[in-house]
Design a protein around this ligand. Structure first.
Ligand SMILES: [Zn+2]
Length: 200
């Protein structure tokens, strides 16, 4: 059997609990040293606030997706509101990261991922929503790096080939656990890839 592919995805947005701006850069440092390509879903307003980091994500070859502009639950927006929000994010990501995030999209909070009205509006905007298989809740303040390491490694290897892992770019536990996550997945025989390498 060939090695199972695992896609680490980072929702990259204004944080909802305490963090520091350099966490995103430290994540890129760790991925770069390990030669790992990942996927970053950028909130448009985040890209506007951190243009150097947004550009670095794209320049280092990671896959860039759209994570909305305002990070509102999509099910609360009208169809036109969804299309406008995705277009605003696309413009901000294009301006600051220098790439077109289409067709990659992830609903904030996952809200609307199972709502046909939301998915149709997302599709009209030129995107497809990408949910996840492994959800370690790295954003919870009580999550320790050790918890996170086990949840990601065990969850991804249990899922098997093509596992999509949801992480966030800002929690302190995420950067603390990331080196051990990369080592553990490699030790488990996994190869780490972008979402575009596991999803057509
Ligand atoms: Zn988010």
């Amino acid at each position: 059997m060939s090695s199972p592919r695992v896609a680490l995805t980072f929702d990259t947005e204004h944080w909802s609990h305490p963090s520091t701006p350099d966490v995103q850069d430290r994540i890129l440092d760790v991925l770069g040293r390990a030669g790992v390509r990942a996927t970053f879903f950028l909130q448009g307003r985040w890209a506007t606030a951190y243009p150097a980091c947004a550009r670095r994500i794209a320049a280092e070859g990671h896959l860039v997706g759209n994570h909305s502009h305002h990070h509102a639950p999509m099910s609360l927006l009208t169809d036109a509101g969804i299309e406008r929000d995705l277009a605003e994010a696309q413009e901000a990501i294009g301006e600051h990261a220098g790439v077109d995030p289409r067709p990659w999209f992830r609903c904030p909070f996952g809200d609307g991922h199972d709502d046909q009205r939301v998915l149709a509006a997302v599709q009209r905007a030129g995107y497809r929503n990408h949910h996840w298989d492994v959800e370690p809740d790295d954003w919870r303040p009580q999550r320790t790096p050790i918890d996170l390491e086990r949840l990601v490694i065990d969850g991804a290897l249990a899922h098997g080939d093509g596992a999509v892992v949801l992480l966030h770019s800002w929690p302190p536990a995420t950067i603390a656990a990331l080196p051990a996550i990369l080592e553990g997945l490699a030790a488990g025989g996994a190869s780490l890839v972008g979402l575009d390498e596991v999803t057509a």
